[in-house]
Design a protein around this ligand. Structure first.
Ligand code: GLN
Length: 191
């Protein structure tokens, strides 16, 4: 199994380190040619406006869209989740537009810009998962094709899955818990 991590901006090094802990071949991706032969792709957190601009500059957008439509599993975390969305409420960012979700950037306002909280994520088993939220977005709407994986305070949607696309508003790569990435690898392996 070979996983690429989009490495144009943001928390890509943490994803690469965590996937290597899981003993998966993991490569940074900056060029369209580096997307070839991948079994899965991670789009990290960072600044969605910058990642979006750099993806356009590096000619990655069309290729990632094509690969996703032909079944490439993708995990998008935080800014990566924003980029997977079909719609964004409050900003003009060129999105990949792959998941039927509507997102809101920086949804937690100033004083709660960053926080950590235990999340219940049933697909990861009974034990709670440490949710690290850093100027995090949320999913405001999702249609029936989208499976909700986690909510905050039993309302706000913070993780979802659609086919082989997986999105989290939080940063599983900073959680010191490998289960979210392992879950993604299970999705990749389930082809
Ligand atoms: N606030 C960032 C954005 O809107 C996302 C933050 C993150 O990825 N940690 O793109």
């Amino acid at each position: 199994m070979r996983i690429g991590v989009l490495a144009v901006q943001g928390a890509f090094a943490e994803h690469i380190a965590l996937l290597r802990q899981l003993e998966v071949e993991t490569l940074p991706v900056r060029l369209p040619t580096e997307l070839k032969g991948l079994d899965g792709l991670v789009i990290p957190g960072g600044e969605s406006t910058s990642i979006s601009r750099l993806m356009l500059d590096y000619n990655l957008v069309g290729e990632i869209r094509n690969l996703a439509r032909s079944g490439l599993p993708i995990l998008g975390t935080c800014a990566g989740m924003i980029l997977l969305a079909k719609e964004i409420l409050d900003h003009d960012v060129e999105l990949l537009g792959l998941m039927d979700i509507t997102v809101r950037r920086n949804a937690f306002g100033r004083q709660k810009d960053s926080f950590e909280t235990e999340l219940t994520i049933p697909v990861l088993g009974g034990k709670s998962f440490p949710g690290v939220f850093i100027r995090a977005p949320v999913i405001e709407q999702a249609n029936s094709k989208v499976e909700i994986l986690a909510r905050l305070n039993s309302s706000t949607i913070v993780a979802a899955k659609q086919g082989k696309l997986l999105a989290s508003a939080f940063h599983p790569e900073l959680a010191n818990d490998l289960r979210f990435h392992q879950y993604f690898l299970n999705v990749v392996a389930s082809e």
